[in-house]
Design a protein around this ligand. Sequence first.
Ligand SMILES: Cc1cc2nc3c(=O)[nH]c(=O)nc-3n(C[C@H](O)[C@H](O)[C@H](O)COP(=O)(O)OP(=O)(O)OC[C@H]3O[C@@H](n4cnc5c(N)ncnc54)[C@H](O)[C@@H]3O)c2cc1C
Length: 308
Amino acid sequence: MEADERYRALADLVGAENVLRDEPMARHTTFQIGGPAELFVRPQSPEQVADVVRYCHEQGVRLRAIGRGSDLLVADRGLRGVVMQIADNLAHIRILPDAVVYAEAGATNEEVSTAALGAGLSGYEFACGIPGTVGGAAIMNAGAYDGEFAQVATSLRCVTPEGELVDVSAAQADWSYRHSMMDERGYLVVAATLQLAPDDPEEIRARIDDLTRRRAEKQPLEMPSAGSTFKRPTGHFAGKLIQDAGLQGLRVGGAEVSRKHAGFLVNADHATAADVRGLIRTVQERVLADSGVELHPEVRMWGFDDGE
Ligand SMILES: Cc1cc2nc3c(=O)[nH]c(=O)nc-3n(C[C@H](O)[C@H](O)[C@H](O)COP(=O)(O)OP(=O)(O)OC[C@H]3O[C@@H](n4cnc5c(N)ncnc54)[C@H](O)[C@@H]3O)c2cc1C
């Protein structure tokens, strides 16, 4: 009954065609794992994002945002409440004067780096192979190959947990390694302004090609995963610790420690979220026993008893 009412209220806000019930999260995560979301909404504008946030806030409904689901492990039993996707439904990119790029939060990092290349603008190459959205990158200050989101973002358009549209400056965003104010306070990101720099398109393209090649050589991109499963422990590399502990190829059910890059746990054969969760625990225990270093997941785990 309650679910029907919520469905109708959300359908009024964003259109019935943009609200799905019991939508399998396996369709929306790069792990290709995850049970159904009770309500799955795809707002078509920043104003609709704010409307949905305000509704959930007022009704006390749990709301989670996702982009491309490339950093998520969703429990097999699924998620109660509302999952709001900000992906290709909110993904315009505009090239502005003075090497400024305005990107809606659902644009992928690849789309932004390609648009920047097309305009002869450098600075976003680092992110070309990070398979998430601008919103996801802003939330956790995504980074790779000495670049990170905080180096290029000058401001964000956000929705507060109460449903107000606000501008957030880079200083207010308070970025550090995989951290932001928005993540801490539950702000949603609807757009970002990036300051890039003019450069020779041939050189930009060469850098993108080089990073793409390096990723393909080292990472198991042919297998479903959520990238590096663990955060970088101070003074160490998670992948090296896992490799040194002899864990490559270790399996729990269909989840496996990648043989190509030990830092990646992959969905090798119809893995469940419980398999991946079990493998994460085993890796943590074995690495702690082997090296004395504690590994903390970088992947976000949703819908588990002891998690969110
Ligand atoms: C093969 C592979 C390689 C990867 N390489 C890297 C890498 O080099 N560097 C790196 O940093 N990461 C890497 N990742 C991890 C992942 O791509 C990044 O963390 C990415 O930033 C997540 O973006 P997303 O849109 O998929 O977010 P999701 O996974 O959908 O969500 C992740 C978190 O961000 C929040 N979120 C998403 N969108 C919004 C929004 N608009 N507003 C508010 N909150 C939001 C979600 O609530 C969730 O807490 C890799 C992943 C894979 C699969």
